[in-house]
Design a protein around this ligand. Structure first.
Ligand code: SF4
Length: 570
């Protein structure tokens, strides 16, 4: 592999790998790598995962739990294997964030579930959308959130209703299979796959193949930890590939034509780390085998002793990209991958918001529900509206947005107006466009802080307070505001211009109040910064929920006043 494939991120990651060896270091404990240390389980999760594959819980849900109710559910199934079918218990209502760390898990949970509908590539028809909408209104109290991994999540699900929900989803080729758990999660795909004028390569056949061949395969259903995949052939690099375990990014090889650039080992939360290029060019005809090879490396060599060190990024950190590529080629593929070029910096943002012409002369319209929050009623109305305007296809995006496909030119403006009436704006403000929020305290057992309403309130306030900067042309680029309800990173705070990590903050009178730790200056390739990078935690900088609009207004006004030569926020 040539040195030119080593990116800045790779250099930073390499530096972390080259710490000097300590003399008299005690013998290292085994990492729990199946191919090195054997398959003896080294923690409780590994024990129950080996005792009974998570996928097997479906039969018990259908035959026992749905008939006998919540109280009949075995504890390990409830808190472990249910995830393999996209089910988590949701937070009991009314428990404030200060109690999250002190209560036992069973005291925090409700007898209702969050159910995650897996949407590989984000590809939906209006028929499928209507089914999700109807499930929401009938079984989920009209709840629905579009997530930043192209899934749709419903809440308030009773175990009694799960078999019927599966029947309805599977009748339209949707599922909850491996939507959570230590498995290959939903495959992120470019929301404009197959339709964009400037597409390098269409990943749709590959995403279909991976989904059909490998999702639900028991051989790949006990990985050390979750495993995230992202695939795009669009030059905007619109699938946040740098924070996935496995990613393919469309690129043109000077001799071999269009294919993919291979990235591995990205992930946020504990020890956030950007993925690295392996410097290998992956043609479409071997891409599925390469995915299987990397996934198998993770299964066989991934670390299973400590769950906090189990993501693929820790193995990549120790091996480095050269060794990783060599083992992939020698032990899994049986052939060498050609060296390949890096994809150029994206020419446009990758959120696809707005009105754009497709390669067939029709149009696609990207719209922004506020922080992904919709409802079953909205989803059903959306299906009706799209069909009335002559289209049946849409996509979810990794930015909590929707993209409507195949709109004839003479239907564009009337459709945009009707979408707007549903709260789905094709021309959102800079803040509505670029703010995302995780589930937060409304439903998440780990949450400390409310997120969705906090974000919606901040957006409305910032639209009002900063209108002057937008109107006079000072502020032209979206400023990404990402809001998390706890120290995890479901809303990718390290990759935002302004990232907010939920925590309780002390007040002068001694009563803790909900607030955020601030991260500044992150961004990925598809944002408006020069290159991907993780934001800095500003240690002393914390802001209460109530003061959030004041804080963001101050930061943005200062940026606008100090900015030189159109420099970006990052
Ligand atoms: Fe829950 Fe924390 Fe993830 Fe938000 S970031 S959804 S609060 S685990």
């Amino acid at each position: 592999m040539t040195s030119s494939v080593v990116t800045d991120a790779a250099q930073a990651n390499a530096a972390a790998r080259t710490k000097p060896a300590r003399a008299n270091r005690p013998a290292a404990k085994p990492h729990g790598q199946w191919k090195v240390d054997g398959t003896t389980p080294l923690n409780a999760n590994e024990t129950w995962k080996q005792e009974d594959n998570g996928l097997n819980v479906r039969e018990r849900i259908e035959q026992i739990y749905s008939k006998n109710g919540f109280e009949s559910i075995d504890g390990t199934d409830l808190h472990g294997r249910f995830r393999w079918w996209g089910l988590y218990t949701q937070r009991r209502q009314g428990i404030d964030g200060g109690k999250t760390a002190t209560l036992e898990p069973h005291e925090l949970e409700d007898k209702y579930f969050m159910l995650r509908v897996r949407i590989d590539g984000g590809a939906l028809t209006t028929h499928q959308l209507r089914v999700i909408g109807e499930i929401s209104t009938e079984f989920a109290r009209d709840s629905a959130d579009i997530t930043d991994r192209q899934n749709i999540q419903l809440h308030w699900i009773r175990v009694e209703d799960v078999p019927e929900i599966w029947n309805r989803l599977e009748a339209v080729n949707l599922s909850t299979t491996e939507a959570c758990g230590d498995v290959p999660r939903v495959i992120l795909g470019s929301p404009v796959a197959g339709i964009a004028k400037d597409e390098i390569i269409d990943p749709t056949p590959l995403i279909h193949e991976l989904s059909e061949r490998f999702i639900g395969d028991p051989e790949l259903a006990n990985l050390p930890r979750k495993y995230k995949t992202a695939i795009t052939g669009h030059p905007s690099q619109d699938v946040v590939h740098e924070i996935n375990d496995f990613a393919l990014v469309g690129v043109v090889h000077p001799e071999l034509g269009a294919g993919y650039d291979l990235w591995v080992g990205g992930g946020l939360s504990t020890n956030a780390r950007l993925a690295e290029r392996l410097g290998a060019f992956v043609s479409a005809d071997v891409a599925a085998e390469v995915w299987l090879g990397v996934t198998s490396i993770f299964r066989d060599y991934g670390y299973r002793r400590m769950r906090t060190k189990a993501r693929l990024k820790f193995l990549l950190n120790d091996w480095g990209p050269e060794k990783f590529r060599q083992i992939l080629q020698d032990e899994y593929l049986g052939f060498e991958l050609p060296d390949g070029p890096a994809a150029p910096k994206p020419p446009t943002p990758g959120d696809h918001v707005g009105i754009h012409e497709q390669k067939d002369g029709k149009f696609f319209i990207g719209v922004a529900p506020t922080v992904g929050r919709v409802s079953g009623t909205i989803l059903t109305s959306l299906a009706d509206t799209l069909e009335a305007h002559g289209t049946t296809r849409l996509r979810t995006t990794p930015h909590q947005k929707l993209v409507i496909l195949d709109v004839e030119e003479d239907h564009v403006e009337s459709l945009v107006a009707e979408l707007d009436a549903l709260g789905l704006s094709a021309r959102p403000s800079l803040f509505r466009r670029s703010t995302i929020a995780c589930t937060g305290i409304e439903y998440c057992k780990l949450a400390i802080v409310e997120t969705k309403v906090t974000a919606a309130t901040a957006i409305a306030e910032l639209e009002r307070r900063l209108a002057d900067l937008v109107d006079n042309g000072t502020l032209t680029q979206p400023i990404a505001l990402h809001i998390n309800g706890c120290p995890n990173s479901c809303a990718r705070i390290q990759t935002a211009d302004i990232g907010l990590k939920g925590m309780m903050l002390p007040t002068p009178d001694g009563d803790p109040t909900p607030g955020f730790q601030v991260h500044l200056g992150g961004g990925l390739a598809d944002s408006n910064r020069e290159e991907a990078g993780l934001g800095r935690t500003i240690r002393g900088l914390k802001v209460t929920v109530d003061n959030l609009p004041d804080y963001v207004e101050r930061v943005v006004r200062q940026y606008a006043a100090d900015r030189k030569n159109n420099e970006t926020f990052a």
